[in-house]
Every structure is written in structure tokens, then in C-alpha cells.
Design a protein around this ligand. Sequence first.
Ligand code: NCD
Ligand code: ZN
Length: 360
Amino acid sequence: MSSPSSAARVAAPDTLTLTRPDDWHLHVRDGAALASVLPHTARQFARAIVMPNLRPPVTTTAQALAYRERILAARPAAGEPGADFQPLMTLYLTDNTPAEEIAHAKAAGIVALKLYPAGATTNSDAGVTDIRRTYATLEAMQREGVLLLVHGEVTDPAVDLFDREAVFIEQVMQPLRRDFPELKVVFEHITTREAAQYVAGAGPHTAATITAHHLLYNRNAIFQGGLRPHCYCLPVLKREQHRQALLAAVASGSDRFFLGTDSAPHAAVMKEASVCGAGCFTAPAALELYAEAFESVGALDKLDAFASAHGPAFYGLPRNTGTVTLRREPWALPESLPFAEDAAIKPLRGGEILPWRLVD
Ligand code: NCD
Ligand code: ZN
């Protein structure tokens, strides 16, 4: 007997209708850059977890609430698609985040704190130098039901860049889980088989986001015919066997894995420089890229729950109402888009033909 999901796999549908999805890991920057990138996400997603790695970082409830207002002001005008987009705010965890801040944060609607190991990625200098310094704050988060979102890479220069996620599991995740068993932890943008296996077996309070670019590309993409700055992100793309493990994780339908684009906009001049900032800008075609990745492993029937159900369930938030539709309709993603004041930004896959298109 064939279920609707297996029928969808066999029939290779030309239209996909999803419950309105959310992006559980997003960078939208600030000021003029915010105004140029936010509408792309608002068109695709009802809500997004907004990363706090501004300069200076968003470390207090007051800063997060002010940032939230700036994000709301950057939404499309009333009546346009995306006008009702809702940012979900986070704080940047530092060695000095007071435990008392957590109750204020919770009362103000802040849903999570982000742990960046100091120096791990873009704008992370203020990050945590030793997780044990944050234990009183983590205790308060566990008590208040505020999530911990983790950039899971060690920063020890003696550890090879490609091994930093796997080493983080042993050095940080396992002790963290042992010491705070009830804390909800999201292992953000996982990139390796080790992380996928760890999350699948870590119990109901551990989940992971997975980006579209880590599902679509392995590390060869960074070197394809020359150095490709727009494929450079952190955690860096890994070997094919790891990409396959991520695809298997999403194709399994496990509710521990959900959508987080990690769309991380940088002006093209910053990417195409002698020192290139880390980040892939995927917001303009995020759902299209995920659909392509899921279809590559015959898992289109798993996309709806990955994009729309697993995230809200883990965060303890309601699912969205309404739907979005993707159509099989090849289209050219623009090579370059306007960014901030007089600058340009190059979306991942810009200038190429994408097989799926989000219909407004
Ligand atoms: C992010 C950014 O640019 O803010 N870059 C990235 O490569 N993902 C930071 C981050 O999430 O690591
Ligand atoms: Zn990120």
C-alpha cells in the first residue's frame, strides 16, 4: 500500500506546498545592510532566529529589543508578502553574561543565547574563552527554559580546521550535556558525520540546524577551477562523506534536525578580497536550494516537517499557519543584488539556473 509520501517520491511532483516555514539560524546585520537583506528572508519565512554577532555584539536584553525594532522597521510594507515576518531574538553569550540577565531576557521574549567560542568565526572576538565561566548563566537558562545555540568548533590552532567540529563534540558538547542534561541545546549548522551521529543519539534536548549549502556542496566547491570565495563559510564545507551523512540525517525524517540557513551576508568586495570573510548568502533562494538538496536523495516528502514542524516543536513554539508553494520552474538567480549603500552582494548560486522556484 502506498502512503502519500512514497507516492510523492515516485511521482516527482512539480508543485510542493509547505506549511509556512521558519529559518532557525540567520544573520541579517544592521543599518543599510539589514534593509537590503531582510526582505529576502521575510518573503520566504514567517520567523527567523536572528544571530546576535553584530559589532558590538547583542549581549543585553535592552540591546536585543532595540535590534528587534530595527528589524521590524526593515520588513516589507504592510500588504506586501513578508510584512508580518517575526524575528526571534537571541543574546550573545560572553564570559561575563550575568545569570540575572536570563530572567529579564525570558520575560522580554528572548528565546536563546548563542555560544561562540572566542575567535571561531565572523565577529566572535567577544565569545566565550572557557565554557566553565558561563556555568552560572547556563544554570539559569536551564531553569528558565532559554535555549543554548552553539557554534560547535574548537578554536585551538593546533587542531586542523576540518576537524574542529568533531573535536568540539568531545571537548565541549559531551561535558555540557552531562552537566546540564535539561538544557535545550541546538548544535548549529552541523557539517560532519560525527555531529549528525552525535545529535541523533543525544536525547530529546539536543537538536541541530543544517544549512542548504552544506547539503548541496562538499569542500571541492571551494576550489572548483580557482578559489571560490562565495563558497567559503564557517564551519567550512567538508568532505563528500560528511555531506552524505547530513543528507541521510534529513532524509531520515528525524525531528532532531531542522532548517537553519546560516545566510551570512557580506558585500561582494569583502568576499572577493585578499582576506575573504566567512559566510554564504543564501536568503534569496533558501527554500529553492533546500528543495533541490532534498530531491537529490528522494526526500522531498521530508522537507515540510524539516522546514516547518521540527523547529517549532523543539523551541516550544506554535507552528505557523498558511502555506508557501514551490514550483518546478527553472529560473536564473541574479548574479548580484543591491546591498547596503551602493554595494553589491553575490548570492550563492547567483547567475545559475535553479530547478525550483518559490511562487509569491
Ligand atoms: C557568519 C557571519 O558572517 O556572521 N559566517 C559564517 O560563515 N557562517 C558567522 C557564523 O555563523 O559562523
Ligand atoms: Zn551563523
